[in-house]
Design a protein around this ligand. Structure first.
Ligand code: EPZ
Length: 442
């Protein structure tokens, strides 16, 4: 339900400094990995976001003691008493998160059984879990579909296997990693995803005692080991949040220093930012970050195709599209990761943008959605003057783009459903205030 409303008085540039902490899409998986250890794990820089609360709740339900460390954002996980959780309670805690599916491997190793509730997540496409289940079955798991979720067992334990993903799925790659590290024998995963968050998860698993080789051409080889210990880890920064603020700086004609942002994980984004006409300056000292700003003059239309790493992230697409409404000419967007990730552009059109969506693959690279009738390309004609309009947030990243559009638009907009933004953006209202935005609770 759209309970949380933000009233945004837009039309002024965002200016100032904010900080990003550990990447949501690594931190949540690192928390699951703690289940695999036989001693406590310590994770720093954990952002206070809803997705972290959900995973914390699920870990606690399974007997993991989670406590706050001395440092702000430090969490300690003690897996000494991992136990089966009550199915109804799991369903309540799981909420709309996709993370529960990643509990399979660790729970099968610890308890021989895993219950996975119906999964939610953002409304951006079908988001099936067939690759996950196929991989687990190949490793010896037995999956029983029940009315309330999936009941998974491994009567003979999990075994190493050779498996090729039909598409380099982030979640399915993590599934295989978390299951194979303690399986019997060697697992060879082909066509694996190699996002920086996955490399950081591999770093964590190595700290725990896992043996994982990342070969060229998306091949990951995991040698199963008998036991894993806890880890201490400081995660990579949230490159999606960093890019979201960078896009907000551009769309509002502002200047935002994102402390914690790092060049290494954002190279593809920075290339596009330059092409559009945005400016940035990198401070790579340990406490550094990246300053992003609109240098004045006109922004330029670009071709933006999303892809798996090292391509342009699908999660960078929505915030950047708002900035592209301010660029002169026709920009083309081709979304190749999710089949339904352009629906949010209707709201931008209501605010004065000119965005037309298409079923064809625009941009030159045919993708798997082209012949399947999915509206997954867009042409943005700009620049358009954005005007205030009330909007209802459909999902996390689209939600942030609606917020940016409201900040860029002249007048007062009401943004409904901001609780969805809390899933992945820590303290975003305080950060908006720090950047001089005029927003208040509705
Ligand atoms: C992760 O989702 C992220 N979520 C997403 O971020 C991100 O957009 C995505 O990776 C791509 O980078 C988390 O890390 C929690 P996928 P994931 O499996 O792992 C298809 C955000 O806003 N597929 O790489 O669920 C799928 O439908 C979120 O932070 C299958 O067909 O994404 C999609 O088209 C949104 N079968 C494609 O693969 C499967 O079994 C990529 O999905 C699994 C996936």
């Amino acid at each position: 339900m759209t309970t949380d409303v933000l009233v945004v008085h837009g039309g002024s540039p965002l200016r100032g400094q904010i900080r990003v902490r550990g990447a949501k899409n690594l931190v949540s998986k690192a928390m699951v990995a703690a289940l695999l250890g036989d001693s406590p794990s310590r994770l720093y820089d954990v952002p206070a976001i809803r997705d972290v609360e959900i995973v914390r709740g699920l870990l606690e339900l399974h007997g993991v003691r989670v406590s706050d460390g001395e440092e702000h954002g430090e969490l300690v996980f003690d897996p000494a008493n991992v136990e089966r959780a009550n199915v109804d309670e799991i369903n309540v805690h799981a909420g709309s998160s996709r993370i529960p599916i990643l509990f399979c491997g660790p729970l099968l190793h610890k308890l021989g059984h895993a219950f996975i509730p119906d999964l939610g997540g953002c409304n951006i496409g079908g988001r099936p879990i067939d690759f996950h289940l196929q991989a687990l079955r190949e490793m010896g798991a037995v999956v029983d579909k029940t009315p309330s979720g999936l009941d998974i067992t491994a009567p003979n334990g999990l075994q190493g296997t050779k498996f090729e993903l039909p598409y380099p799925s982030v979640g399915a790659t993590e599934q295989v990693l978390l299951a194979a590290v303690r399986a019997h024998g060697v697992t060879e995963l082909r066509n694996a995803a190699v996002e920086p968050e996955i490399m950081d998860l591999i770093a964590i698993l190595q700290k725990m005692g896992a043996i994982i080789n990342v070969h060229t051409d998306r091949v990951i080889e995991i040698e199963g080991v008998d036991r894993l210990r806890g880890y201490t880890h400081r995660p990579i920064p949230d490159r999606i949040e960093a890019a979201s603020w960078a896009a907000a700086a551009l769309a509002t004609g502002g200047d935002v220093y994102v402390q914690g942002a790092r060049q290494a994980e954002m190279m593809t984004f920075l290339n596009l930012y330059t092409k559009v006409g945005g400016a940035f300056d990198i401070d790579d000292s340990p406490t550094g970050g990246i300053r992003f700003w609109h240098p004045g003059g006109e922004l330029k239309a670009v071709l933006l195709e999303t892809d798996v790493h090292p391509g342009f992230m699908t999660d960078w697409q929505q915030p950047m599209v708002v900035a592209l409404t301010q660029a002169r000419g026709l920009s083309i967007v081709h979304e190749t990761v999710y089949e339904r990730r352009l629906g949010y552009t209707d709201a931008l059109n209501q605010m004065g943008a000119t965005i037309q969506t298409y079923r064809e693959c625009l941009g030159g690279t045919p993708c798997r959605f082209g012949r399947r009738n999915f509206t997954h390309s867009a042409v943005i004609a700009g620049p358009s003057k954005l005007l205030a309009h009330d909007v209802v947030i459909p999902d996390l990243r689209a939600g942030f783009s609606h917020l940016i559009a409201a900040l860029a638009a002249e007048g007062t907009s009401r943004v409904y459903g901001v609780e969805l933004i809390r899933r992945g953006y820590e303290d975003f209202e305080a950060k908006l205030a720090a950047l001089g935005a005029s927003v208040e609770k509705g």
